[in-house]
Every structure is written in structure tokens, then in C-alpha cells.
Ligand binder design. Structure first.
Ligand SMILES: Cc1ncc(COP(=O)(O)O)c(C=O)c1O
Length: 399
């Protein structure tokens, strides 16, 4: 079945209606291209929300997945498997070594692991009251109850009260407020180096450096959530590298399996040692299929020097967008970009015009578009996307 109205009806009758979906169903992808159920072709400048960083149906990742599917999909974490530690080794190397990795299945679960680990470490070293986590307003850390409690968006939290205790938010990129909140009960500060869902808002390097210093002084751990930014997207392997800092815990997910669900929580070995066997677990985490997808993804990323490509392509995309009549400002890093629209333009309306013209992106705020294409995007694809955004801004003005 591929007719869109049939699919939409099937969805309405059978799927929980938690998403405000746009009226399009994608059925195939290749590189930066997508095709919908009606056969229409699109340029994908969203990558499934910063997930398919190597493009759709990447041949090397697809071959690895197919080979692994024919070999061994899954064994329980009661046993070793021959892929999981190799992925951990690669991630550990990218993070400078000296750490340990826990594998999960999503960004929220990677963060859940980080929060539990920080509590365990904090209480072991600072006593029973040291379990609080401070995060920032505008942040997004996930939708499980604990990660929702860490997410600095009160409107998302309102309907799920009471949330777990021990979470508090402070203003983003404001060191004084953080300093005031960092008392002896704080186990960890949890931040995104670029707030993705919050509107693609980068923290200043000075702020992140200051947070690192304060965490050291007050014996709090620094957790950096790299779920959206991590693995090359911002022009460095991890977005915190722009500030030259080293976190104690790093979480990642989206791009790690190029679309196969996998999350990871890396921690300095000393911190990771706070978890004892039995403290934390998940059935699927680091199973051979997901781990093999990650291994293949990382191999392509390293060979292609993906961070450098993202930096170069990001400059071209930013410069192109800056020239668009209707774009007031461009922010972000590498290929995680927000185009702030000129006053009077509604991002949802412009995004809909883009979709109609065959360009997938999203309205990350009421007035800004988010662009996060494959990190292998070509110059010609970037130029085409910019031209579509320019036309969509014009259409929005005249409609
Ligand atoms: C920074 C950040 N952390 C965590 C999450 C949650 O990840 P997931 O949706 O895989 O649970 C997201 C998702 O957008 C994210 O952007």
C-alpha cells in the first residue's frame, strides 16, 4: 500500500496520535534524496532530525547491516558479543581515551544513563544529598520522566507532573546564575554545547570553559549532551571541542547508527567505575546489529573526515542563506544551522512552501528554520536548497 490517504487513515486508526505530522509519507531514500508515496522527489535537509549523517541507504552501512543480519542480530548482555567493544573502542578514541561506554537505544536512554551514573558517583563521593542535576532553560534531553525533568522547557513538563525530583534549570549561557545554583547537592551540570531543539542556539566558548572550571571547583560532574550535535555535525567530532573543554560524561545517539537506533553514554573511567554490575542495563543496548551499524558508520565518518566536510559545507550553506531576502540571521555550527526569518515571516508557513517545492527542513521555532542535511551533501544540493528557501520566503510574503 502506498496511496497517501490510505496510509494516513491507517495511521489515524491504529497509531497513538502523539505527533502533529505533515501530510507526506516517505517510502525511499538515497543519499540526500527522499521519495514519497506518490513518487515525488525531495532534497532532505533534515536527515530524520540529524540522524542520517551519511545520507539515506549509505551502501557501506547497508552492506554491514545486511551482513550482520545474516550472521547474528542479537544476544543478551548476559554475554559478550564481538562488535560492541569495538564500537566502544572507536568512541573512546574519538573522545581522547581513558573512558568507558554504556550502550543504549536512544538519546533519552543515553541521558538517563548519564543521570543515573552522575547520581551514583555524586552520592558515593559527596554523600546522600549529592544527586541534583542542573540543566539549562531551552535545553532538550529527552522524553523519559527523568530526561523530561532535565529538559528546560516547562510547557513540555506541565502535563506530566509530578516529575522526579532533583532537577533544576538555570538560564543558558549565563555563568553567574549557574554559579549561584551550584551548591554541594549538585552531582552534575548537564548541557548541550548547541541547543538543538531549543532553536539551534550555541553556547559561547567562554561560558563552557567557565562551566568546566566551576564544576571542577564544586566537585560536580559536567555532562555534555551530544545527542544532536555529536559525531561531526558541527564541524568537530563533538560540539564541546569548539570550546576546548573535556566533559566527564558525553552522551550521543542520533548519528551513531546512521538511522539504526543506538545511543551511547561515555564517561571518564573513574566516573564509570561508580556503576557496579547490576546497576544499569538494557536488553537491546549494544546488540550486534546496532553495534555493527555504528561500526560501519564510524568507519565511513573517519575515512571521509566528516567533521571537516561538515565545516566546509556548513560555511557554504550559511553564506548562501545569509544572502536570502527573508533570512535575517543565520546561527549554528557546521551543518546544524538555523535561519532566523525576517519579521513577518512564519517559519511553519515557509517550511510548508519548502516541502511543497521538494525541500525537507523544519520550523525549529516560530521564526526559524532548521537545516541539518547529510554531512556528505554536495555543493550543488546546497545551492538548490538555498534557492528553494529563497523562493519559499517570497511565496510566503505574497500568500
Ligand atoms: C540534545 C538531545 N538530547 C536528547 C534527545 C532525545 O533523543 P531521543 O529522541 O533519541 O530519545 C534529543 C532529541 O532530539 C536531543 O536533541
Amino acid at each position: 500500500m502506498s496511496d497517501f490517504s490510505e496510509l494516513a487513515a491507517l495511521d489515524a486508526d491504529n497509531v497513538m496520535q502523539t505527533y502533529a505530522r505533515l501530510p507526506v509519507a516517505f517510502v525511499r531514500g538515497e543519499g540526500t534524496r527522499l521519495w514519497d508515496s506518490e513518487g515525488k522527489e525531495y532534497l532532505d535537509f533534515l536527515s530524520g532530525l540529524a540522524v542520517t549523517s551519511l545520507g539515506h541507504a549509505n551502501p557501506e552501512v547497508a552492506d554491514a547491516i545486511a551482513d550482520q543480519a545474516r550472521t547474528l542480530l542479537h544476544v543478551s548482555n548476559l554475554y559478550y558479543n564481538d562488535v560492541q567493544p569495538r564500537v566502544a573502542q572507536r568512541l573512546n578514541a574519538l573522545l581522547g581515551g581513558g573512558g568507558r561506554v554504556f550502550f543504549a537505544n536512544s538519546g533519552a536512554e543515553a541521558n538517563e544513563c548519564a543521570i543515573k551514573l552522575a547520581r551514583r558517583f555524586g552520592q558515593a563521593n559527596g554523600g546522600p544529598d549529592r544527586y541534583h542535576v542542573i540543566s539549562a532553560y531551552g535545553s532538550f534531553h529527552g522524553r523519559t520522566l527523568a530526561t523530561l525533568a532535565a529538559t528546560g522547557q516547562p510547557q513540555k513538563q506541565e502535563t506530566f507532573q509530578p516529575l522526579p525530583s532533583g532537577f533544576r534549570q538555570v538560564a543558558f549561557d549565563d555563568l553567574d546564575t549557574l554559579e549561584g545554583a551550584l551548591d554541594g547537592r549538585v552531582a552534575a551540570v548537564m548541557l548541550e554545547a548547541v541547543q538543538g531543539e531549543g532553536g539551534v542556539v550555541p553556547a559561547s566558548p567562554e561560558y563552557l570553559q567557565g562551566v568546566r572550571r566551576l564544576c571542577d571547583e564544586r566537585e560536580a560532574l559536567l555532562i555534555i549532551d551530544e545527542v544532536q550535535c555529536g559525531l561531526g555535525r558541527t564541524g568537530t567530532w563533538f560540539a564541546f571541542e569548539h570550546a576546548g573543554i573535556k566533559p566527564d560524561i558525553v552522551t550521543m545517539a542520533k548519528a551513531l547508527g546512521n538511522g539504526v537506533p543506538i545511543g551511547a553514554c561515555w564517561a571518564r573511567a573513574e566516573v564509570a567505575a561508580a556503576f557496579l554490575p547490576g546497576d544499569h542495563a538494557t536488553t537491546f543496548g549494544g546488540q550486534p546489529l546496532a553495534a555493527r551499524a555504528a561500526l560501519a558508520t564510524l568507519a565511513v565518518m573517519e575515512r571521509e573526515d566528516i567533521p571537516a566536510r561538515a565545516a566546509r559545507a556548513g560555511t557554504r550553506l550559511s553564506e548562501g542563506l545569509q544572502k536570502v531576502d527573508g533570512v535575517a540571521d543565520v546561527r549554528g555550527a557546521g551543518l546544524l544551522i538555523a535561519a532566523e526569518l525576517a519579521p513577518g515571516l512564519d517559519a511553519k508557513v515557509v517550511a510548508q512552501h519548502c516541502l511543497d517545492s521538494g525541500l525537507v527542513l523544519n520550523a525549529v521555532t516560530a521564526s526559524a528554520l532548521r537545516l541539518a542535511p547529510s554531512l556528505l551533501v554536495t555543493d550543488a544540493e546546497i545551492d538548490d536548497a538555498v534557492a528553494i528557501v529563497a523562493a519559499a520566503c517570497n511565496e510566503s510574503r505574497s500568500s
